[in-house]
Design a binder for this molecule. Structure first.
Ligand code: UDP
Ligand code: MG
Length: 314
């Protein structure tokens, strides 16, 4: 059985086309399948559409969050609700092409445990978006030493990989990178990003920046190490300057150097505040994790999801 998990936030007009196209494709390449829609606190009747579809078609299932918890939470809710021996995660605006599904399933049947969807092109985006995505993935690639520039949330995971992901205790997840982190035998499928079927992208620039910082710090402690390095650098610098100042004081006249003092105060002060900010950010993340709140709260479910209680209300 193959499950398809589709996070949906205000995608009312995309639900029906998604069901139609994905069902057509899957009924051709697997015996059994299910579509698990996770409505992420939608306010435009997305969940009503899902519910109606679930009543008409037993392959369609769904859940609705009590509020908007974000795409990551929706993906993990879908993973924990899905029954499949393989679970495919894809966007329900159909930007991830349905035509790539047969190849993914083929690779899985041939033994791959994780099939990564890799973008041939990033589709149509404005230049700022493209540049910041380039910067973010450049940094991430350095930090976690996996090339993620063309990766996406479009993936097929074998049941083993799904269970491994669901075992992870952290509440701040980064699906795209975690699927590399868990390992397993992986294959790639290349696809072209399609135009969004209807509606608008849910990402604002601020949203993307927050997402980038959150994920970079959840995956790496390198920023903390950089602070320590900076500390050493400044200490050496201060030593050299201290020696120079003493020499000046003892053998020469010690009047000059006012500019140096002002500059040093500004620079060191700036670095200190920046460093405190970075440390503070990590503490905030620890605080969030320590609270141990659930990743999402489900308000209602549609279709037959009853067998899969594991993690359902967590
Ligand atoms: N999405 C979600 N919760 C959110 C934002 C987005 O579940 O808070 C879903 C959205 O419905 C879509 C997918 O995540 O199926 C990708 O979102 P979007 O198309 O807005 O992002 P883009 O394709 O522009 O990166
Ligand atoms: Mg999209």
């Amino acid at each position: 059985m193959v499950s398809v998990v589709l996070p949906a936030y205000n995608e009312a007009d995309n639900i029906e086309p998604a069901i139609k196209e994905i069902s057509e494709c899957l009924s051709g390449c697997t015996d059994e399948y299910e579509l698990v829609f996770i409505s992420d606190g939608s306010t435009d009747g997305t969940y009503e559409k899902i519910k109606a579809a679930a009543e008409a078609d037993p392959h369609v299932k769904g859940a609705e969050f009590s509020r908007n918890f974000g795409k990551e939470a929706a993906i993990f809710a879908g993973l924990s609700l899905a029954f499949g021996d393989a679970v495919i995660v894809m966007d329900c605006d159909l930007q991830h092409p349905v035509s790539a599904l047969p190849e993914m399933i083929e690779k899985w049947k041939a033994g791959a445990e994780v099939v990564e969807g890799i973008k041939n092109s990033r589709g149509r985006e404005n230049i700022f978006h493209k540049m910041s995505a380039g910067l973010f993935y450049g940094i991430m690639t350095k930090l976690i030493k996996i090339d993620m520039s063309a990766s996406s949330d479009f993936k097929l995971l074998d049941r083993k990989a799904v269970d491994a992901l669901l075992e992870l205790p952290e509440s701040n997840t980064f699906f795209r990178a975690l699927s590399f982190w868990i390992g397993f035998k992986s294959e790639k499928v290349y696809y072209d990003v399609e135009e969004r079927r209807s509606g608008k992208s849910k990402w604002s620039t601020k949203g993307l920046v927050d997402y980038a910082i959150k994920n970079a710090t959840s995956f790496s402690t390198l920023p903390l190490k950089v602070i320590t390095m900076m500390g050493w650098f400044f200490l050496l610098f201060a030593l050299a300057l201290g020696v120079q100042t003493l020499i000046n004081y003892i053998w020469f006249e010690a009047e000059t150097g006012f500019t140096t003092v002002i500059l040093l105060i500004l620079i060191v002060g700036g670095f200190l505040m920046l460093s405190l900010g970075i440390i503070g950010h990590y503490i905030a993340r620890i605080y969030e994790e320590v609270k141990g709140r659930p990743r999402f709260i489900i308000r209602d479910v549609a279709g037959d999801l009853t067998g899969n209680v594991k993690g359902q209300w967590k």
